[in-house]
Each structure stands twice: as structure tokens, then as C-alpha cells.
Design a protein around this ligand. Structure first.
Ligand code: FES
Length: 144
């Protein structure tokens, strides 16, 4: 049986809570396993067939993931479109939240557009924007 092995991204909240290194945060039967012959391996992908990514299987869903040492807010904005920005508010470091048409910071009220630009302060710097590319054939989002 052929399996795909994808890096299991861990919710940033879990990362912050445990404070462990990224490599030690992996868990489950695939953690640390090298890919078998013919298997795809991706260190910056979200497999939407993986139950941990269930929030991204519907439009309007989002989750915070840690990829390549960055905490990213990933959100599904249409059946085929996703956005990805830094989940760390540029004002004082709180975790921002997706709110359908914008991104909000719960700490002091900053608001950001879906491309990370500042709509309302006190934040003055944009959230770092990343690229999220969806492949409907594989049901995988690739983050860069
Ligand atoms: S930390 Fe986000 S507005 Fe202050």
C-alpha cells in the first residue's frame, strides 16, 4: 500500500506551549520515518485529507501552523484559494485570527487585510505574506 508522508505541522499554540524544537514536535506513526519508495515527501505542505487539517476543508476555515520555523495563519477563502500570512501580530506578538474578510488581533484591536497589510493600528507593520498554492488533484496546500 502506497502512502504519502507529509510533515505534520503542529498548531502554533501547541508549539508555544511546549517550547520544544520543531523536530521533536512531530508525533504519530510517520514521525521521523523516511519516505518509502515512490512516496512524496513535503516539509511545507498541508494534506487536507489529514484530520488535523479539517478546518481547511471548508471555505472560511483557518488554522495556525508552524512551517519552516514560521508560525503561519492559513485560511481557505474559496474552494480553490488559500491565504497564508504570519500569525504573529506585528504590534506586540499576539496570535492573529482569521475573520472571513480580514485578520484581527484580539489583544489591542489591530486589523489586517488578507494580504497582511495594516487596516487599523496600533500595528504599523504588515503581517508577512506567504504563498499558499492548492492542488485539487492531491488535496494539498503548499506553503512558501
Ligand atoms: S499585539 Fe496585536 S494589536 Fe497589539
Amino acid at each position: 500500500m502506497q502512502r504519502r508522508v507529509f510533515l505534520r505541522v503542529i498548531a502554533a499554540a501547541t508549539v508555544a506551549a511546549c517550547g520544544t524544537s520543531p523536530s521533536s514536535q512531530m508525533s504519530g506513526p510517520d514521525a521521523g520515518e523516511p519516505p518509502s519508495d515512490g512516496e512524496a515527501s513535503c516539509t511545507n505542505c498541508l494534506d487536507l485529507d489529514d484530520p488535523s487539517n479539517a478546518a481547511l476543508t471548508h471555505v472560511g476555515g483557518s488554522r495556525v501552523v508552524r512551517v519552516n520555523n514560521a508560525n503561519l495563519l492559513v485560511a481557505r477563502t474559496s474552494e480553490t484559494d488559500f491565504i497564508a500570512v504570519s500569525s504573529i501580530c506585528t504590534h506586540a506578538g499576539c496570535t492573529v485570527r482569521f475573520a472571513t474578510t480580514q485578520i484581527n488581533c484580539p489583544c489591542h484591536g489591530s486589523q489586517f487585510s488578507l494580504d497582511g497589510s495594516v487596516l487599523r493600528g496600533p500595528a504599523t507593520r504588515p503581517l508577512a505574506k506567504h504563498t499558499a498554492t492548492y492542488d485539487a488533484t492531491t488535496n494539498v496546500v503548499t506553503l512558501t
